[in-house]
Design a protein around this ligand. Structure first.
Ligand code: MD3
Ligand code: FE
Length: 226
């Protein structure tokens, strides 16, 4: 893994194949039921270039807030599956170990506060999917003020991830996120602009596709604490 900037840690090839398979199956089961995958529409009527669902609480991209029921169809958010807790906890622990090794300090929890996630936003990008540069600031003010991290799992086709201090694609840093990569953003990086500029078709591990029949595209899970 590597520290990309203070509070931003990338754990490459972190999730095992069985873990990725388990996550796909779980998302598929939940995604077909009430409160499952839908294609969000912006205020201006434009469709987002992805399908999403939100577990634990409904995220409403149009109002930019979390709600009990989602406006599109009135569905309640599916529960946040406890299966995710050990995976997220391990990723935070390993990030802390990485920070302490790199900085030779024991202040990792200040740089990257620990997370008890209660929301998971699941995005599925088709091969033409993308997400413009934005900030995530719809969690509670306390959560944002404390710099509680967002933990992201990438599964399936690779995606080009952009991030930076400004809403300017030209000035953004780029990194490819591949299947199994985990990205953690907390502390002073919690407010960064970020997005996905493209998905690279046919880059998902073959063994993953054989086991799951995952359709072409990229699955991304973001764990958050409201
Ligand atoms: C940095 N998702 O769901 S994951 C999102 O790949 C979102 O689907 C992207 O942006 C995706 O809001 C990026 C990495 C990520 C997620 C949340 C962040 C980076 C972040 C929140 C704050 C800062
Ligand atoms: Fe985001």
């Amino acid at each position: 893994g590597e520290i990309r900037r203070p509070g931003m840690v990338l754990l490459t090839n972190y999730l095992s194949l069985p873990e990725q398979i388990q996550i796909i199956k779980l998302c598929r089961d939940i995604g077909l039921g009430p409160g499952g995958f839908y294609q969000p529409v912006y205020r201006d009527g434009g469709r987002m270039h992805l399908k999403m669902m939100s577990l634990g609480r409904c995220w409403d991209p149009d109002r930019g807030e979390y709600a009990e029921h989602r406006p599109v169809d009135g569905a309640k958010a599916p529960i946040f599956p406890s299966d995710f807790h050990p995976l997220v906890e391990r990723a935070i622990k390993d990030s802390h170990a990485l920070i302490e090794r790199n900085l030779k300090s024991t202040a990792a929890e200040v740089i990257l506060p620990p997370l008890s996630p209660n929301i998971c936003v699941v995005n599925f990008y088709s091969e033409s999917g993308r997400l413009g540069l934005h900030q995530d600031k719809d969690e509670s003010q306390e959560s944002l003020d404390r710099g509680l991290p967002v933990v992201s799992f990438s599964i399936g086709d690779a995606g080009e991830f952009l991030y930076g201090d400004q809403r300017d694609v030209e000035k953004a840093e780029k990194v490819w996120l591949e299947s199994g990569d985990v990205l953690i953003f907390g502390g002073e990086s919690r407010h960064v602009f970020h997005g996905v500029s493209s998905v690279q078709p046919k880059t998902a591990p073959k063994a993953l596709l054989d086991e799951t029949n995952l359709r072409p595209g990229r699955l991304n899970l973001t764990f958050r604490e409201y």
